[in-house]
Ligand binder design. Structure first.
Ligand SMILES: [Fe+2]
Length: 308
């Protein structure tokens, strides 16, 4: 009989209201939890995957005084700081090269740090696992007038000779304080490649040998810290890398200077700089070091178009 007895109405309503309230609370809590998990997952995905492995093509036009008309409209793609390693896989770099090829470059300039010097990984493993596969990667690049390169501090420290061999095998011209002339229909444009300022002795006199003082010139160098020491009367467009844009950029603040390998803090973290007749572009690079994280600092493929 007890089971058949209904509670008074006011008690029934109170009980129903209470349980409805509890159900709503639980649902709201689960919803919030799901939203939090989604946000955290999305944030995690953004920081650790999308932002770190989704290069942006930056397009800039530069006027180079005295540029031979045959070179007007020249399409240069600069790649830098690939840092092929356990946190920067070859498949990602291959996809970057495919993107470069779609841009139909006339010239591709590589400005150093193709691997990472990591004591825990060791030189032997770095050479075998990360330097050797670069030959195939470099061969994949399509550029009408060729692929040219300089070395970065990590290449010099980890695999100086092996990187040179890989480049030679892949048909990449490595310039170590040397210059050459690009040629289109008999017209010529000077291209200089400098040694790495951080790990090698740079001899700019040797590098610019044979180039007239007012001649327009393209310069490849790894470390932008050399910029303040360069002859500002040179009519030069300089392409550099090394700083990774800071790799992690705090919103409304920018990169943390203590994490940028430069004597000038975050001054040359990324972007375009001018001094006298010199213009320098600092590219954020494709890879990462220390951790597979880029934040607010997407990898960069720089497309430069020259104007007379
Ligand atoms: Fe680097």
């Amino acid at each position: 009989m007890r089971e058949g007895v209904s509670p008074p109405g006011f008690l029934r309503e109170a009980a129903a209201g209470k349980s409805r309230k509890r159900r709503l609370t639980r649902r709201a809590f689960l919803k919030s939890l799901a939203a939090l998990a989604l946000a955290a997952g999305g944030g995690y995905g953004y920081v650790f995957h999308y932002a770190s492995y989704a290069p942006v093509v930056t397009r800039r036009t530069f006027r180079l005084r005295g540029l031979p008309p045959a070179f007007a409209g020249l399409r240069i793609v600069q790649l830098t700081d690939l840092h092929h390693s356990e946190i920067v896989p070859l498949a990602y770099l291959e996809s970057c090269v495919d993107r470069v090829n779609q841009l139909a470059p006339d010239v591709v300039l590589l400005t150093g740090d193709y691997v990472t010097m990591d004591r825990e990984v060791g030189r032997a493993r770095t050479r075998e696992n990360f330097v050797a596969p670069l030959a195939g990667l470099f061969q994949r690049i399509r550029a009408r007038l060729g692929v040219f390169a300089v070395l970065g501090n990590h290449d010099v420290a980890a695999a100086f000779y092996e990187t040179r061999e890989v480049m030679a095998a892949a048909g990449v011209s490595l310039l170590q304080d040397e210059n050459l002339r690009l040629e289109i229909d008999g017209a010529r444009l000077a291209l200089v490649g400098l040694r790495d300022y951080g790990t090698q002795m740079v001899n700019t006199e040797r590098a610019f040998q044979g180039i007239q003082p007012d001649e327009p010139v393209l310069v490849m160098m790894h470390n932008p810290d050399l910029f303040p020491e360069m002859d500002e009367t040179r009519n030069a467009l300089i392409l550099a890398g090394h700083t990774h844009g800071g790799q992690v950029r705090v919103p409304f603040y920018g990169p943390l200077p203590q994490y940028i390998p430069s004597s000038y803090g975050s001054r040359y973290a990324e972007g375009v700089f001018s001094r006298g007749n010199l213009t320098m572009l600092v590219n954020r690079g494709l890879g990462m070091i220390r951790a597979p994280v880029r934040f607010n600092c997407r990898p960069e493929i720089a497309l430069v178009v020259l104007e007379a």
